[in-house]
Design a protein. Structure first.
Length: 435
């Protein structure tokens, strides 16, 4: 049943590259086969509830610009109205998944018991809508950063009562995610970090955060939740320095505390850029270590120093990202969540639909280019040729040797190697054939 919010907007259809319609898929055909799998099953698109429906258009210098029928978001009636609109948009777009924080889907009631009751009520309501529409939950998470109680962190807070409140909140959110059939549970430590070392005990905070994550893993197994637990790297913002700085930092942390077999990573393009990396780099590192779980697809404004969460529009960047995903065998429980928001001047409901249509098309183009590159095999062949020397018996024996034996061999054989070209420009030209 229509809510009226998207009046005049029909279900989005695939019309092909020649379509002139603003609201049509030119490249995203969910049933198109790519490397033996449906495109929808490769990409596993999800809408972010917070940016699409809970965000009001504010920024650090100005307040609300969006005026929606469910504003203010302060009672269960409006929370259910917001859910009605959300599921209507999922249907318009043909989105198979969605994601939420607890604070996106229920109002803040000021105490834990009422927040939990609101979460249980709204997830029951959303469960009915999932049954009616077939849209599924990719992942849920707890907002442990917006409310003032979390200003000094959640798992890393110096006050154990805040730790307790956060732990109880996460339990409720895991229960809700499990109830809705969620395929992952995400923990993003927005304020798990510090503003100044003058009031921060780094060792204690790291130990407490690790214990918190261990409790999450233990509870997952206790209730039989079969989804993946994910943590999400980000270097700063809102904290000056966050402990989950980037993929390498997260992997080191998880291994230090013995959590590497139970937790994987949800990697966001915008966060990678803030950390001084490319999205491709972060995905490749996580995949190499067997810890790539899911992705948040967006982009940052390269002229800004903050997380702008814009919809993707760069096919070459997206293609190189999906190249890494396909190389590792594709998603299992993970997917492509549009952790992206409208610009605060984009006020109309059609802007929200069009933004997702464009993002989905960009991802479809990137996926097809990535698949074509992988099937062509040119890049993999170039890598194999560059490292071929390491496959020889002599090179393998050297790795089992010692410095003295290696020195004797260099002297005896007069080894004096000449540098070999890395062929970067030629490989970049090769990639450009596909994107």
């Amino acid at each position: 049943m229509s809510t009226g919010f998207f009046d005049g907007i029909d279900t989005i259809r695939y019309e092909g590259p020649q379509s002139t319609s603003e609201l049509a898929y030119r490249h995203y055909d969910p049933d198109e086969m790519v490397m033996g799998k449906r495109m929808e099953d490769h990409l596993r698109f999800a809408v972010a509830w917070w940016h699409s429906f809970a965000w009001e258009g504010g920024d650090p210098f100005g307040g609300q610009t969006f005026v929606r029928p469910w504003h203010p978001q302060d009672d269960m009636g409006r929370a259910k109205m917001k859910a009605d609109v959300a599921f209507e948009m999922f249907g318009i777009l043909g989105q198979p998944f969605y994601c939420w924080h607890d604070a996106d889907i229920r109002p803040e009631m000021g105490n834990y018991a009422d927040n939990l009751a609101g979460l249980e009520e709204i997830t029951d309501y959303m469960g009915e809508k999932q049954e009616a529409t077939g849209t599924r939950l990719l992942w849920g998470t707890a907002n442990l950063f917006s409310h003032r109680r979390f200003m000094s962190g959640a798992a890393t807070n110096p006050d154990p009562e805040v730790f307790a409140f956060a732990a109880a909140t996460v339990k409720g959110c895991i229960d809700a995610t499990h109830k809705l059939g969620g395929q992952n549970y995400v923990l993003w430590g927005g304020r798990e970090g510090y503003e100044t070392l003058l009031n921060t005990d780094l060792g204690r905070e790291a130990d407490n955060m690790a214990r918190f994550l261990s409790m999450v893993v233990d509870y997952k197994h206790k209730i039989g939740f079969e989804g993946t637990i994910l943590v999400e790297p980000k270097p700063q913002e809102p904290s000056k320095h966050q402990y989950d700085y980037d993929v390498a930092t997260c992997i080191g942390f998880l291994r230090k505390y013995g959590l590497q077999d139970d937790i994987k990573l949800n990697i966001e393009q915008g966060h990678a850029i803030l950390a001084g990396h490319s999205f491709e780099h972060e995905l490749a590192l996580a995949a190499t270590e067997g810890m790539l779980g899911s992705i948040d697809m967006n982009r940052n404004d390269y002229q800004s120093g903050w997380d702008t969460d814009q919809f993707p529009n760069n096919v070459p960047e997206v293609a190189l990202a999906y190249y890494q995903v396909l190389k590792m065998g594709g998603f299992t429980t993970g997917g492509t969540n549009f952790d992206a928001k409208l610009r605060r001047q984009s006020l109309d409901p059609v802007d929200l639909v069009a933004a997702h249509v464009g993002g989905m098309d960009i991802c479809a183009r990137g996926l097809k280019a990535a698949a074509a590159m992988l099937e062509d095999g040119g890049l993999e062949q170039a890598l194999a040729e560059r490292y071929a020397g390491w496959d020889t018996p002599g090179a393998q024996a050297m790795l089992q040797s010692d410095l003295g034996a290696i020195q004797r061999r260099v002297l005896e054989e007069g080894i004096n190697p000449e540098p070999r070209s890395g062929r970067q420009e030629r490989l970049e030209n090769w990639v450009n054939r596909f994107v």
